[in-house]
Design a protein around this ligand. Sequence first.
Ligand code: SF4
Ligand code: SF4
Length: 853
Amino acid sequence: MRLRRFGARWGLARRARPSFHSRAMTNAPPRRPEVLAPAGDEASLRAAVRAGADAVYFGLQGFNARARATNFDAATLGATVRFLHEHGARGYVTLNTLVFDHELGAVEAAVRACAAAGVDAVIVQDLGVARLARAVAPSLPIHASTQMTCTDAGSVELAREAGASRVILARELSLDDLRAIRAATDVELEVFVHGALCVAYSGQCLTSEAIGGRSANRGACAQACRLPYELVVDGERRDTGDRAYLLSPEDQAAVSVVPDLVALGVASLKIEGRLKGPEYVAATTRLYRAAVAAALGEAPPPDRALRDAALQTFSRGSGEGFFRGVDHQRLVEGRNCDHRGLRVGSLRGVERRRGRSYVAVRLEAPVARGDGLLVEGGAAGAGEFGGSVWAITQGGADVPRAEAGDALLWFGPERTPGPLAPGRRVWKTRDDAVERSIREAVERDPRRQSVAVTVRGAVGEAPVFEAVTASGLTARVTGDAPVERAVSRPLTEPELREKLGRLGDTPFALGELAVDLPEGVTLPLSSINRARRALVDALREGAARAHPTTDASWRDALDGAALPAREPPPGGLFVLCRTLPQARAALAAGADGVILDFLELTGTGAAVRALRAEGAAHITLCPPRIRKPGEEKIDRYLASLAPDAVLVRGLGALREGAGDVPRVGDFSLNVTNRLSVAAVLARGLAAFTPSFDLDAAQLAALVESGVGPWAEVVVHHPMPLFHMEHCVIAALLSDGGDHRTCGRPCERHVVSLRDRAGMEHPVEADVGCRNTVFHAAAQSAAGVVERCRRAGVRRWRVELVRESPAEVGRVVAAYRALTAGAIDAQELWRRLRAEGERPVVRGSLRVIHHPGG
Ligand code: SF4
Ligand code: SF4
């Protein structure tokens, strides 16, 4: 019986938790969260600022998680940040990829460029990059990227200890989870509220790396979740109707959750979309600015037009994401994988009139000539029809725009619809008028930040002009002519305001004016003008204030990345098993130890006792990869079974330790360079597992850098492609939204997903109902074992999913021989390929030379 059934006992369900009294729920007025907009290029950055973004995030060429965006040049970074600061916005630079040792010099240069430009924070995934940034620019704030997979207070605190002042939480957290984290830590929290969702936990998706050598952790995701898959249940293909995109989630549009997030004290509301255009950036920024103002009681809720404009610019369907908990029926509809925009009606059929084929629709919203429309098709878009609307007939007349009701649409002579099934949904994919109105709205209203100015002085002395902007820029200028007694007409406050307020060609607007001058005095008007210009120059100067840097270099950081003084852990071949028969087979084949990873946990205690009774020398236990608030009890349960070691899979567990029990860091800690090795070993780990983002050459280079004796190298495993909060099994084999309503089909069926190449990738659910899609083939590191051995690696791991005991015996025996030097890699490949149950590939270990990198 699975623990999923015992949600209340384990607290693992989408539970009703006790109410928390977080800091945000005291009587203090709610803090205004910033609206944080994406910018993939200059046009989007300017659109974000004009639309009122409090902050903008963008990448530099090189190290950021959106390699496909245009990104910004380090040489012009100073001007970009100055522009943002002058307009009262903050700028965050994404350095959020995993890096390799040979790239640390470039990372140092990027950190120095950010510090020199005065960026407000760098967004970092890699613990090594965080270390380097701290050493090079100690006052440059660090934000922990969502790629760090922070899902509990422990991981947030670890990120803080690594130098982060803010943590961008995983998108899979509910409001209850956020409340629990907020109550337990005062680190600034940032959450995504709008845009595309990954189906996998960010930082834990290895699909693109495994399939095409394009790492999502290196900004090169190939969007494998947007591809069609077939469902295979108990070995048979199962018809999924129109649903083909089984892993492609709808987009997030959580404007309705903004009041909750404001009440919770979330510091930043983040909009996804560095690959999207300026209209999207402007429309979404305006929407969330309006939502924040409404949540603070300053304005009415955003109107329908604002919401629709945001969805029109880009949307694959919209929902609140995970804020209200999981809904496996909702998140992945499966009928499309790309932009749809707004739903405007449904299809009635195709009609021939006046020699033309018209698409007959029942409209629920207006459609105009020139709009882009799409009539959805069947599975994987089969039969989809769409294009620009050339002509509209409504009520028997040709009209430029149809209102709600029946209408006939003609798509031009080149586009003739085939047979289309009535009832299909009709989407407006493009609306030029909406896009034009977005552009006009932001252009009509160039953003200026308010400047409060104070003028003070005494007769015969030069006056002092002081300015402070809403964002905190300050300037102080002494006038170049003294305050004089007025002979005829004294200077009035309106005159002074008019002179100082001539800021039309600057990013500033005069706000409050305080005048502290004696009665009956005047100032030369030309002197006031010069003072105004000097104030503006000084404010602009202050907008580009650099962060100080040290002389520390990446080489110093590497030299300082000391390895533990303690002895490296003992060696051996360890086999990660999902069942007791696998564990018995592994031990019988000569494994030095087993790692029990029974995904549902059920039977773990009994297995430990049985294996102990049978003489197992070394048993490692491992908690699920994701740990949300309240799930620490799993770690405690596993500790109570007195294992010989535990696997550490997340930053929360990394921080906490496990008493005297040795801990081995798993691949999910994303360790790819010597600095991150040092960072995790400094937390008391006995050993670390190199990231699966390393190819064979990178893996060898890492272990050859001196860390080999502390490495546990995975030599054989089916790659965990997607690790998801979404349950594919419940979504496709039930009508239930979660484990309480799904009827638990996972307990009755063996489920796989078949890709376009015909490979069947197993889907397994863990105790928290999180699914992992494993690669159909096993990946072998056989070709790099000898180099690893020479580099001092003594610990090897084989990971299993559904292998039979007989297969386990073959695989373990082969690797036992290889790691002992009894056979070479060729012989191992020959044995596994000749006798194995599943294909064996090099997978992500293939060395691929990407152009330019
Ligand atoms: S889930 Fe994985 S494949 Fe899909 S967009 Fe995210 S990183 Fe890319
Ligand atoms: S089918 Fe999915 S949601 Fe339902 S119990 Fe199984 S893992 Fe949980």
